[in-house]
Design a protein around this ligand. Structure first.
Ligand code: ACO
Length: 323
């Protein structure tokens, strides 16, 4: 029987690091306020790159690391809530840039659950008629941030990360997952509302490109729903919580991660974080963390890893992987 393998991971961060201290020079905030509420010290912000540039850099690294050619890819999925454009998709731009002539490519919009939702779609594609693909989370959230709004501007960072996945006969793969969407709660986290200026347009919903969130609602949504989806994913995988080596959660906020670890009854050191350095990078965050942990040797083949996303939609999703 064929299984699914994460063959390689990679990440790309913009060069410019912006500390909380630097933000406090341009808005009424402080390192103390930001760090105590979010666990974030700094984030990377683009100066020239767009979402496809970061994603293309990740795609090239993934090919290099796995030693496969671009034309051997069957598909490219880019999860993003900050695409370069609605058309072409960011994934199509990546596909063209790396010359993946046999791959179909499309973007997936699931905000901070994008990495997990992307892996879910990839696993379905690989269980039918395809052999190899890329799943990349890439975000330039700095273009969706209102830099006059201290309640959101301090939270987000830019970056991209991804994995190359393929079918294998090894005994590894996606053991169980639970994905949920709560569209009735969608207004708690919004961004990118376009104008419709057609000559027939009447009164339409508010136009606003920027991020707005009800932080407290998102906080309680995450701490309530993440343990629930994790529990179900573990049950489907027939794995005990104790048998998971690491829980890699979307890196929105350190307090959310600690609270989920406590509610879930697992030691907090099984929930590594990196938002201190990267801020909240939405669909890129889990891949960034995964790649850092692979590089440090903390995460390695043979382990059982949980990936958990939550955010805009509102969406949430948990997967249990044997890697
Ligand atoms: N610096 C200084 N003061 C600030 C700042 C800031 N950057 N932002 C807000 N404040 C002030 C507010 O104006 C308010 O002042 P007031 O009491 O005088 O009105 C006070 O701080 C408290 O503001 P709250 O918004 O109530 O702050 P809260 O304690 O809820 O913390 C936070 C806000 C950090 C966003 C919190 O709600 C949270 O962690 N929510 C989780 C949401 C999240 O992480 N979302 C992203 C995940 S979804 C995704 O990844 C896309």
């Amino acid at each position: 029987m064929e299984h699914l393998k994460i063959v390689a991971s990679a990440r790309q961060l913009p060069e410019l690091q912006v500390t909380n201290q630097e933000l406090s020079n341009i808005m009424d905030t402080s390192d103390d306020w930001i760090f105590s509420r979010t666990g974030i010290h700094q984030r990377q912000i683009v100066t020239t790159e767009n979402t496809s540039d970061l994603a293309t850099a990740v795609a090239k690294q993934l090919l290099d690391k796995s030693g496969v050619t671009a034309d051997s890819l069957d598909f490219i999925i880019v999860s993003t809530m900050s695409p370069d454009s609605l058309s072409p998709s960011t994934a199509a731009i990546v596909q063209g840039a790396i010359g993946a002539s046999n791959a179909f490519a499309f973007d997936l919009s699931a905000a901070c659950s994008g990495f997990v939702y992307g892996l879910s779609v990839a696993s379905s594609l690989l269980s039918t008629r395809y052999k190899r693909g890329l799943v990349i989370g890439s975000e330039v959230l700095s273009k969706l941030v209102d830099w006059q709004d201290r309640t959101t501007a301090v939270l987000f960072g830019d970056g991209a990360a991804g994995v190359l996945v393929e079918t294998t006969t090894e005994n590894v793969g996606l053991l169980g997952e639970q994905l949920r969407t709560y569209g009735d709660k969608g207004d708690n986290l919004v961004a990118g509302r376009f104008a419709n200026q057609n000559p027939f347009a009447g009164e339409i919903s508010p136009v606003d490109p920027y991020f707005h969130q009800n932080g407290r609602e998102v906080y309680s949504f995450a701490t309530r729903e993440v343990p629930a989806v994790l529990q179900t994913a573990l049950k489907k995988a027939e794995i005990a919580a104790d048998d998971v080596d690491y829980y890699l959660l979307h890196q929105a906020n350190a307090r959310i991660v600690t609270s989920i670890a406590k509610r879930f009854g697992q030691p907090v050191d099984k929930f590594p974080t990196n938002m201190a350095e990267n801020g909240n990078t939405s669909a890129a965050s889990i891949g960034l963390l995964f790649d850092e942990l692979i590089e440090s040797g903390k995460v390695h083949a043979g382990q059982t890893i949980a990936f958990v996303g939550f955010g805009g939609g509102l969406t949430v999703g948990a997967q249990i992987w044997k890697i």
